[in-house]
Write a protein that binds this ligand. Structure first.
Ligand code: FAD
Length: 305
């Protein structure tokens, strides 16, 4: 119930605007968000890199409803990529991009052009781009754009969501040489016609997808905080004779930091998904929906302490 309310709140622009003016303490938001601009994100990124963690930066933007907004997102990423190299953070740091932020809902061709420009800037900086997975109405278009991007930038990765019924098939298509696939459970509310609904069915799908990716020829990026799935991923990596540089774990900034450190200390590549930007509200609500008990933690911050 609370989860559904929080996910509904995540999609509400009105609540987002209200939250923007609410006295949410910086400390509360800073648990999950690196800062409001690239400079702050780079400082947090530096600390993570010094602790032996890899990073994927995500710029939190408002929902893109105009070409001007899409252009601004493209330019933000290009500027960030320019700074990453200067800060000595590449190749340890890459970036995560939502095609919808680059204009996918307005004009797919435009989003593709913008993504191409971002991938070119990433190549220039010596790093890569991963396309985030959004709701299922965008999956076909995202995978088509991915295939086009990979012609010039074969290292471009994509996230796939285990909760979608189609994802096993998508994993099979993408478990090929050079392909980078981030496997996650899926953060969007989806209808039963396209997505598994129970936690057990989603976990079972995650394991089936993991088996395909780990036994395939691509580079699996295992994005979960779930201790059981992490243990299964470690097991499959051993079973399929993958060395530590042939797959990686990914977790969100602020979630299970001690587990991130443990996995890194035992020789795994661990990449932290590091969001930054003024538009933190929807992102924060999705994180709370995943773990409603964090509402209490954040609630203390809402009074501005
Ligand atoms: P959950 O079912 O949420 O949690 C499983 C278990 O993990 C819990 O029972 C608990 O034991 C542990 N756990 C979880 N959170 C905490 C916590 N805060 N503290 C302590 N223990 C905890 N979704 C998309 O739809 N598209 C994307 O592109 C996308 N990219 C992602 C990238 C990364 C790096 C990660 C980590 C997630 C991404 N997600 C994305 C979100 C993802 O789909 C899930 O919504 C989110 O990761 C929660 O699922 P989980 O696998 O951690 O398992």
């Amino acid at each position: 119930m609370l989860r559904s309310l929080l996910l509904a709140a995540a999609g509400s622009d009105r609540l987002g605007r209200l939250a923007g003016s609410a006295p949410v303490s910086r400390k509360a938001v800073a648990k999950f968000v690196a800062g409001s601009d690239a400079g702050e994100a780079l400082r947090v990124g530096r600390t993570l890199a010094d602790d032996g963690l890899a990073i994927t930066f995500d710029h939190l933007a408002a929902e893109t409803r105009s070409v001007e907004q899409a252009v601004a997102v493209r330019d933000e990423y290009r500027a960030l990529l320019g700074k990453l190299k200067g800060a000595g953070l590449t190749p340890a740091a890459e970036i995560s991009v939502k095609l919808s932020a680059l204009g996918q809902r307005l004009d797919e061709k435009l989003a593709h052009e913008h993504a191409q420009a971002v991938c070119a800037a990433a190549a220039e900086a010596g790093t890569t781009v991963t396309l985030d997975a959004e709701d299922h109405t965008l999956t076909d278009s995202t995978l088509e754009i991915l295939a086009e991007l990979r012609k010039d930038h074969p290292g471009t990765g994509a996230a796939l969501q285990a909760h979608l019924r189609r994802t096993e098939g998508d994993c099979r298509e993408l478990a090929t040489i050079g392909s980078r696939v981030r496997l996650c459970k899926g953060a969007y509310v989806e209808p039963e016609s396209v997505a598994f609904q129970s936690a057990l069915d989603i976990d079972k799908s995650f394991v089936r997808c993991l088996n395909i990716l780990m036994s395939g020829k691509g580079y699996p990026m295992v994005a979960t905080h779930d201790p059981r799935l992490i243990a299964i991923a470690e097991d499959r990596a051993r079973w399929f004779d993958r060395t530590a540089d042939e797959y990686e774990f990914q977790m969100l900034y602020g979630v299970r930091a001690e587990e991130q450190a443990r996995l890194a200390a035992s020789g795994n590549v661990v990449r932290v998904y590091l969001p930054y930007g003024e538009q933190w509200y929807g992102y924060l609500m999705r994180r709370l929906a995943e773990r409603p008990r964090n509402v209490t933690v954040l609630g203390r911050g809402l009074v501005g302490r």
